[in-house]
Design a protein around this ligand. Structure first.
Ligand SMILES: *Cc1c(COP(=O)(O)O)cnc(C)c1O
Length: 376
């Protein structure tokens, strides 16, 4: 008999989600086509305390729209963390601008005002801080720096729905916030995303760009510019609404899972788990273990050893400056030399199973396997 593999990520779906999606499938057509989008966007804006929320097919499209709506393009530089998923950065390339890879803070694993400062040039136009694995970056100091240099700040909160920073929700901490509702994320619509902002002009421009350059309410199908098509379906919006109504429950569950891991691993010398800065609540999208150099093999080997024991893990993100997609660029070569924290963290950390349906017995198995590898 083989024990079932413990999955790395996955949602928590209840009858509420199934009922809303069934209703959207049956009824959200004709005059009601936007019923669930309206409800979901209004509820999400309410959760964030911002004026506008726009449901989208992905977080990638949200980042693309935010950059395009701000008019960022060739000749402009945009600062991103060296450590993140490529989706935080690829839209910079889509608009023809140049990504500049900033080092991350050793505790929060996010970019900071001081790491951003080292990357500023006269061509810097925007910053995309990422709330890595659910921990918000330090926005008070980042926004202060941005104001001083007239920079546009996009918060990539793809992993941080439910997190807070000084009492405010992640995704509401910069000019624009973007979210992902990919199947691996805490709040899911299968695939999906959202852009949130208080800036009405930016929102209007993004609304125009996401619908093939049509003016709002256009019934004459008259396109003023060549633009994009970025919309979510009603069925996805219905799923998102049901998940958002359960956000407190999802967060309680994530914190419980983290607490189970903490009980088992926090006493092990040389291992550490996700940090939580004072004044911040971590949303713990991915529970992540970091080890002192030499305590375990590198992340690839440790992943293999855990996989042999039925445990799915994911590698801590590779620095963008080290992956083939960006490695050849002048910017990547500079980052490899200068981003010592990113390049030191990356090979000695893994994401542990963090699915919302995980039970305490699963966490026991994961931790037993990790400790067995550590002692072998
Ligand atoms: C998941 C993720 C994205 C991309 O989300 P999609 O919805 O797949 O486009 C962007 N940034 C970060 C940090 C992510 O984790």
């Amino acid at each position: 008999m083989t024990t079932p593999r413990i999955p790395i990520a996955g949602p928590w779906i209840t009858q509420r989600e199934i009922d809303y999606v069934a209703d959207a499938t049956a009824n959200a057509w004709y005059g009601s086509a936007n019923l669930y989008h309206d409800k979901f966007e209004r509820a999400f804006a309410g959760h964030l305390g911002v004026r506008h929320a726009m449901a989208l097919p992905s977080c990638t499209s949200g980042l693309h729209l935010a950059l395009a709506a701000r008019g960022i393009g060739p000749g402009d530089e945009v600062i991103v963390p060296d450590i993140t998923w490529i989706a935080s950065c690829a839209p910079i390339t889509y608009v023809g601008a140049t990504p500049v890879f900033a080092d991350v803070d050793p505790d929060t694993w996010c970019i900071s005002a001081s790491s951003i400062e080292k990357c500023l040039t006269p061509r810097t136009r925007a910053l995309i801080p990422v709330d890595l694995y659910g921990h918000p970056a330090d926005y008070d100091s980042i926004n202060e720096l941005a104001r001083a240099h007239d920079l546009f700040v996009i918060e990539d909160a793809a992993e941080a729905v439910g997190a807070t920073y000084r009492g405010r929700p992640a995704g509401s901490l910069a000019h624009v916030g973007v979210f992902s509702f990919h199947g691996s994320k805490t709040l899911t619509t299968g695939e999906g995303g959202l852009l949130a902002t208080d800036d009405s002009a930016l929102y209007e421009r993004a609304a125009f760009l996401r619908d093939h350059g049509r003016k709002p309410g256009d019934v004459f199908f008259f396109n003023h510019e060549v633009a994009f098509k970025y919309k979510m379906s009603s069925m996805q919006a219905a799923l998102g609404l049901a998940q958002l109504e359960r956000l407190d429950e999802l967060m309680t569950r994530k914190r419980q899972i983290f607490a189970w891991y903490r009980e088992r691993l926090s006493g092990i010398s040389g291992l550490s788990l996700n940090y939580q800065a004072p004044g911040t609540t971590n949303a713990y999208w991915m529970i992540t273990v970091l080890w002192e150099p030499g305590l375990l093999p590198d992340k690839r080997k440790t992943m293999e050893l855990l996989a042999e024991r039925g445990i799915d893990t994911r590698p801590f993100f590779h620095p963008l400056s080290a992956i083939p997609a960006y490695a050849g660029s002048v910017e990547a070569q500079r980052a490899v030399r200068e981003n010592t924290v990113a390049h030191s963290l990356t090979n000695r950390a893994l994401n542990l199973p963090s699915a919302l349906t995980l039970e305490e017995a699963h966490v026991d198995r994961v931790c037993d396997a990790l400790l067995a590898v550590l002692r072998s």
